[in-house]
Design a protein around this ligand. Structure first.
Ligand code: HXC
Ligand code: NAP
Length: 283
């Protein structure tokens, strides 16, 4: 789809780049000539992914970093600058999520997700943005969801946080344009990943089939489809796209907004069982 040098010599920081969609996007960026920094909380996951990403030909720096902690974010950015001298592109992809009836949430549960998604995105944007301002050049891409604007029941912390990230994207598209920094977002529909499926698709209820059927195209997204869209948006070829959110969901939200609203059908007793199982496994 692209010339192989589309992202040649670009330095790209991907949060949550060790798993799922972040890893798939980082792989594509590497294939297109970029050098990479990936960061997340689990050092072993990041180290393994960094080794794999090197097979694309990219130089890769893997950093253990919790995006909720500003000091760790600053350390990741310093390490990136030490190795590469600059950061051209920031992909805010790290996220936390789970399904829960809102009345069963604790303030700690709400905060856990909002801190990763909204505060974490801000922390990385601030630390990397300051460098981009010095460079007078940069591109920021944030991963949101379609329920950032439609809302969805049963994922209130994530919906609230992603709506904040979308507002941040559009606000900075205007404010930081004077520094030649573009801000855009992608709203993916359902793309199977271990991290999302484990937390959002309760097993044994045939939910996966129903999820697929909600999509007018009757299938889930393929990682490469998302990775190609991200590659285009961060590249210089998209130099006039600023403040946009591009949906890639097979038409899903137009047919029936709020992916998790249908969890209304789950009986209360099942939520209570899931809560008990989670607390037991946490112990
Ligand atoms: C209710 C829950 C809960 C659940 C955790 N909590 N899981 N409450 N239902 N299923 C509450 C806990 O009781 C606790 O509250 C607080 O949240 C923190 O829980 P911890 O387990 O200590 O948190 P932590 O280890 O920091 O893990 C954060 C996490 C976890 C967000 C809860 O899921 C995580 O690490 N996620 C990272 C990866 C991820 O979520 N990937 C999926 C992204 S998919 P108290 O009150 O005890 O403090 C995605 C798709 C969007 O975003 C759109 C799809 C279409
Ligand atoms: P995933 O594999 O679970 O990705 C989440 C990543 O975030 C993990 O690598 C995780 O790594 C990292 N992370 C979580 N908390 C962090 C923290 N505090 N600091 C740093 N990193 C942290 O799930 P995914 O499906 O690929 O999701 C990727 C993105 O796509 C997310 O923004 C998600 O909201 C979005 N999205 C996904 C779908 C879908 O269908 N899959 C749909 C819409 C939007 P650690 O655990 O090592 O920290």
């Amino acid at each position: 789809m692209f010339k192989e040098d589309l992202l040649k010599n670009k330095v790209i920081l991907v949060t949550g780049g060790g798993t799922g969609l972040g890893k798939s996007m980082a792989t594509r960026f590497g294939e297109l000539g970029a050098n990479l920094i990936i960061g997340s909380r689990r050092a072993d996951v990041i180290a393994k992914a960094a080794q794999e990403l090197k097979q694309t030909g990219a130089e890769v720096l893997g950093v253990k970093c919790d995006v909720r902690q500003m000091d760790q974010v600053n350390e990741m950015v310093s390490a990136a600058l030490g190795k590469f001298g600059r950061i051209d592109i920031l992909l805010n992809n790290a996220a936390g999520n789970f399904i829960s009836p809102t009345e069963m949430l604790s303030p700690g549960g709400f905060k856990a997700v909002v801190d990763i998604v909204l505060v974490g995105t801000f922390n990385c944007t601030l630390a990397v943005g300051k460098e981009m301002i010095k460079q007078k050049n940069g591109s920021i891409l944030n991963i949101v969801t379609t329920y950032a604007w439609t809302g969805s029941g049963y994922v209130i912390p994530s919906a609230s946080a992603k709506a904040g990230v979308l507002a941040m994207t559009r606000s900075l598209a205007v404010e930081w344009a004077k520094y030649n920094i573009r801000s855009n977002a992608i709203a993916p529909g359902p793309f199977p990943t271990e991290g999302a499926w484990k937390r959002l698709v309760p097993p044994g209820l045939n939910i996966e089939k129903k999820m697929k059927n909600r999509v007018p195209l009757k299938r889930f997204g393929e990682h490469l489809e998302l990775a190609n869209l991200a590659s285009y948006l961060i590249s210089d070829q998209a130099g006039y796209i600023n403040g946009e959110v591009v949906t890639i969901d097979g038409g899903e939200w137009l047919k029936g907004a709020g992916q998790f609203n249908e969890l209304d059908k789950l009986p209360k007793v099942l939520w209570k069982t899931m809560q008990k199982l989670r607390k037991r496994s946490k112990k």
